[in-house]
Design a protein. Structure first.
Length: 135
């Protein structure tokens, strides 16, 4: 975890959804707030990424592929951004300028001579894991 603690795998999403629920040693921290989830990420929108290795205050959604009304776990739903992290950054939250969750950072994609950060569409992840998101 970002604070150096460890956790235990409780469940993971089926199909192509790249998300898991990890319970931390200390349980739910105090002073958490509900995380609103952005159901319709917009290409070109500004997002923020809190990587474990560093904080990106301003990134941009380059492309997104999602179906907010059909979250089938065997349909890959991703959001691509113009920043990427390091190996330890998987699981970092990607959020809008207003603080709504957009995605879970999963890695880096290189194609057509460009690099992009790949994120699991957050609405699909929380739906499949049957979670309420907090920050």
């Amino acid at each position: 975890m970002k604070d150096g603690s460890t956790g235990q795998l409780i469940s993971f999403a089926p199909g192509s959804v790249d998300a898991a629920f990890i319970e931390t040693q200390n349980g739910m921290p105090r002073n958490v707030n509900s995380l609103l989830v952005e159901s319709h990420p917009v290409n070109g929108a500004t997002v923020s990424v809190d990587f474990r290795s560093h904080h990106i205050g301003s990134a941009q959604i380059l492309n997104s592929w999602y179906f907010a009304d059909n979250l089938d776990p065997y349909n890959v739903m991703r959001v691509y951004i113009d920043h990427w992290g390091q190996r330890s950054d998987s699981g970092s939250l990607v959020s809008t300028a207003t603080g709504k969750g957009v995605g879970i950072y999963t890695g880096q994609f290189t194609g057509n001579a460009t690099q992009q950060g790949i994120c699991q569409y957050l609405l699909q992840a929380v739906s499949e894991l049957k979670l309420t998101a907090f920050i």
